[in-house]
Design a protein around this ligand. Sequence first.
Ligand SMILES: Cc1cc2nc3c(=O)[nH]c(=O)nc-3n(C[C@H](O)[C@H](O)[C@H](O)COP(=O)(O)OP(=O)(O)OC[C@H]3O[C@@H](n4cnc5c(N)ncnc54)[C@H](O)[C@@H]3O)c2cc1C
Length: 378
Amino acid sequence: MTVTGAIWRDQLTDEERATLGRSDADVAGATPDVLVIGGGIAGTCTAGACSQAGLGDVLLIETGRLGTGATGGATGLLIPEPHQWSDPEPFVDLERAGLQRWRELQEGVPGGVGLVELDWIGLAPHDSGYAAHQPRAVEWLNPGQVAELVPGLARPMEGALIRRQGRVNPLRAVARIAAGIPAVATGVAATSVEIEGDRIIRVGTSAGVISPGAVVFATGRPPVLDGLQLDIPSEQVKGHLLVTNQTDVTLPGIVAPLATQIENRQLLAGGTFDIGDETPVVRRDVIESIAEGLATVLPALRDVGIAYQWHCFRPRHPDRRPVIDRVPGLANAWLTSGHFRTGILNAPVTAAVLAKWILAGEPPAEAGSWSATRFAGL
Ligand SMILES: Cc1cc2nc3c(=O)[nH]c(=O)nc-3n(C[C@H](O)[C@H](O)[C@H](O)COP(=O)(O)OP(=O)(O)OC[C@H]3O[C@@H](n4cnc5c(N)ncnc54)[C@H](O)[C@@H]3O)c2cc1C
């Protein structure tokens, strides 16, 4: 589902915007060593990692423009440590590896990927707000310390400070990584696969047939293609975001659950979980409730006004964890899906796992927990 109305595209250079629409590869009759299907953050990172790993000719195809799906609407926060309050340890470890990979991409990709390192401050609604399950990297703040960092709060609040988390403009990151992928074809949808024995030998697309050595499906939710039998439950969870007009209210990074300071004196807020809302529209009542939440906590934001508002859908499996696996029953096809609320954070580490696996033929240790078969019987 195409995301419209997000701020991210407007922040790009003309060159970055052009990269998102790259279509410079011959698709019909192509015989890439690795075909990656899906040009969101997961597919783009995977194509980049496969190329870097020396896996031969890598072709990335995307039905729309790159970053057209959930990626283009994400908040873009890279915050593993606060997730210790909500996620199990193995998953937080994956997220930590994700942030580390983002730092490596920032160094390794020409011009960087637009990684902004910044602190995360969690406002506790009451004294015991963070009592259970404490992250190791946290510094506790009393109301006076919080007020120094976030002046103008409607009432005194305790807080938690975690340093050196990150954020990206997800479309800039996609564009910068995609610029280094040898062959990209946007506007090309995979429609079918042909299987011989335990191998995909042909992939039918809207632009002709491809005969790949290996295939990676990175289609957000598991792909629905003629000839491919996949029984992996998934759904989508809608979220809304807004960006304020320019304001003199500045925040010292990410202030959860309030807002994140972004460029141009603007604030990014929201990231709702609108369970059960499948409507492909921005809902005014949800946007108003985000704006009201801002004004309640920081009254100076009451009349700031909204510059951007949008929604997008997170792909999710029932246990809220991604699949990073070889396609069951196939020797030359891999799948990553269901990255839910941390797909930007986890894309580079997911990509590294897949590239290693394709290269070695054996699953790397990090792949253990994210199998495609764990839903059997659900
Ligand atoms: C409101 C909101 C806030 C979020 N905030 C964050 C955050 O702060 N941090 C974070 O880490 N994550 C966040 N996320 C989650 C993140 O956006 C997703 O987990 C991530 O973008 C998933 O990336 P993906 O590449 O797997 O999927 P997608 O971005 O959906 O990409 C899949 C791509 O595959 C293409 N495709 C599908 N089928 C085919 C086909 N047959 N042929 C060719 N192409 C195909 C689609 O067009 C699409 O572009 C947020 C999500 C939402 C909605």
